[in-house]
Design a protein around this ligand. Structure first.
Ligand SMILES: Nc1ncnc2c1ncn2[C@@H]1O[C@H](COP(=O)(O)OP(=O)(O)O)[C@@H](O)[C@H]1O
Ligand SMILES: O=P(O)(O)OC[C@H](O)CO
Length: 554
């Protein structure tokens, strides 16, 4: 393939990539797969309590602005004038509410992997027949889980008086990170566009996966007024223009995609049956099912993959894993086993030939697909007096591969035709050992995209091909393809299956760790009652209820 030479002439597409840990602004030349400029800023997570995870929405905006300024200065003002349009790709499900008259957030962003909404989930489950967590799947494609935005929004409405007040006064707006960025970039309180795209909306638990509109039954279930929700748009169209108070004023914004859907496009998985797995903090496997909404019977979610303008929506089956690279961070920050993740993880894990039968289930915040068990917690099992940190690091890498196999097994059952190869991307895939372990654990070739720009590339394509922009033909025959390399399985089927059986045993042991006390079961009435009292009183009352229940149990 011809190496791309930047001759300084091409039309440029900017991308804001706002992920869980990092905000980045980067620039592509239309029709080309490599970023020509980028600047990224890490965001400090806010963790006020165990299981809680927040971000300051104003810090996200500030980081975006600084990244844009730096990239413009690196490119030079003259070249930056060639930026024709921009796209936004973002961490999904993360929930922000703000006052539309002041533009001020009413609370920190509640991040997708925050599990404070445990009780909110119980309230919703208490209302459905047999507490079936898949009850709403035919409507929104998703199981009941603290992961999705509606639970976070319900929590905010109940527990944050400023949110309740702003709703009453008709001043409140809700959005995922894309919406927050779009609204601010296009004017904020002065005419900002309050919109989201179908892929982000499909992760809220509020959108009807068939009609692609907000669903009345779901809104009623969560008591969410429709007027705080953004308009749902396609993933590729002109939403508006950047306002004067931002860099790149007057440039259009013409692409929005959740970051996993963006990676699916970045990997050119346009056809039904194509799939990709992205390994970052979490790990997300998406399988393109075309215009068909496949209902999973094996724990996967049905989600919108993308929708280009007026064309029909393309759907995907998704397997979401909450903890992948995050397990390496835990080994570094909490255990002190690793100093530098990028430089040491692979070499330390290679110091041993196997995990020595150690299995690590990193269910720090419960397990997502295909289990959807919020009562699971992390375990390391099979330890002996010979186990070392190297065994545990290797087991952590393997846990990512086993979780991926869990999803592949579910996907193969749902789709009928087993995936014959696995396309992968994301920063973790630079770890060659991880890639080989993945091939050995799944028994299929692992095809690694040789680019760290895949996620941003997807939305650059969506923005560049939008009606009215049309500088990127994503279906062009001579499309430049992302270079790849392949890892082939070296294990036998028997070895694979024996080890996978052990993994399943380890998963079983991680389940049911958080056991809700009978007395703590949440009903709507109790939830409402608790919400109507101030924080300190809430703590005293909860403690009182706990004492009472312990007394009654005796
Ligand atoms: N060489 C490596 N081996 C294993 N894990 C890695 C390696 N490099 C990075 N990681 C992990 O990948 C994740 C990278 O996530 P990142 O792309 O920074 O962010 P996020 O998904 O939070 O937006 C981190 O959790 C890190 O622990
Ligand atoms: O920001 P990432 O890469 O951790 O992605 C997070 C996902 O979008 C959550 O669903």
């Amino acid at each position: 393939m011809k190496e791309f030479q930047d001759n300084g002439q091409g039309q440029l597409i900017g991308v804001i990539d706002a992920s869980t840990r990092t905000v980045k602004f980067c620039v592509f030349v239309s029709q080309h797969i490599k970023e020509i400029a980028e600047h990224a800023i890490d965001l400090e997570p806010i963790t006020p309590q165990e299981g809680w995870s927040e971000q300051d929405p104003l810090k996200i905006l500030e980081a975006v602005k600084r990244c844009m300024q730096k990239v413009i200065s690196d490119l030079g003002e003259k070249r930056a004038k060639n930026i024709l349009t921009i796209g936004i790709t973002n961490q999904r499900e993360t929930t922000i509410v703000w006052d539309k008259t002041t533009g001020k957030p009413l609370y920190n962003a509640i991040v997708w992997n925050d599990i404070r909404t445990d009780k909110t989930v119980d309230v919703v489950l208490a209302k459905v027949p047999e507490n079936n967590k898949n009850h709403f799947k035919p409507i929104c494609g998703l199981p009941v889980s603290p992961y999705f935005s509606a639970f976070k929004l319900k929590w905010l409405i109940h527990y944050v008086p400023a949110v309740k007040k702003a709703i009453k006064e008709k001043k409140c707006l809700f959005g995922t990170v894309d919406t927050w960025l779009l609204w601010n970039l296009t004017g904020g309180p002065n005419g900002g566009k309050h919109m989201t795209d179908v892929t982000n909306a499909s992760r809220t638990f509020l959108m009807n996966i068939e009609t692609l509109y907000w669903d009345t039954q779901l809104l009623n279930t969560f008591h969410i007024p429709i007027d705080i929700l953004p308009d749902i748009r396609s993933s590729s169209e002109i939403y508006g223009k950047i306002c004067d108070s931002w860099p790149l004023a007057n440039v259009t914004i013409s692409g929005i995609l959740g970051n996993q859907q963006s990676a699916l496009l970045g990997q050119s998985c346009f056809k039904e049956g194509m799939a990709k797995n992205t390994y970052r903090s979490g790990c997300f496997l998406l399988y393109n099912t075309g215009t068909t909404r496949v209902q999973s019977s094996h724990g996967l979610v049905t989600t919108v993959a993308y929708k280009f303008g007026d064309s029909p929506a393309i759907y995907a089956l998704e397997g979401s894993v909450a903890v992948a690279g995050a397990a390496m961070k835990w080994l570094r920050d909490n255990m002190g086993f690793i100093k530098n993740i990028n430089e040491e993880t692979e070499s330390l894990a290679k110091e041993v030939f196997s995990t020595g039968d150690v299995y690590f289930v990193p269910a720090f915040k419960g397990l997502y697909a295909p289990y959807w068990r919020k009562d699971a917690r992390g375990i390391i099992c099979g330890l002996t007096a010979f186990s070392t940190k190297q065994h545990i690091i290797r087991a952590a890498l393997e846990s990512v591969c086993f979780q991926t196999r869990d999803i592949l097994e579910a996907m193969n059952k749902d789709c009928g035709i087993p995936l014959s190869k696995l396309h992968v991307d994301g920063i973790m895939t630079t770890n060659n050992l991880l890639m080989q372990l993945q091939a050995d654990i799944t028994g299929i070739p692992v095809i690694r995209a040789h680019s760290q720009d895949i996620t941003a590339l997807g939305v650059a394509m969506a923005a560049g091909s939008a009606k009215g922009i049309e500088v990127w033909d994503i279906y062009a025959e001579e499309r430049e393809l992302v270079p790849i390399d392949t890892f082939l399985p070296t294990s036998t089927e028997d070895e694979r299956d024996a080890r996978y059986t052990k993994w399943k045993m380890a998963v079983q042991r991680s389940l049911g760790w958080v056991s809700p006390k009978k007395s703590a079961i949440m009903t709507e009435e109790r939830y409402q009652m608790l919400a109507s009292i101030p924080g300190s009183l809430y703590a005293i009352l909860s403690f009182g209820l706990l004492l009472l229940s312990t007394y009654l149990e005796k």
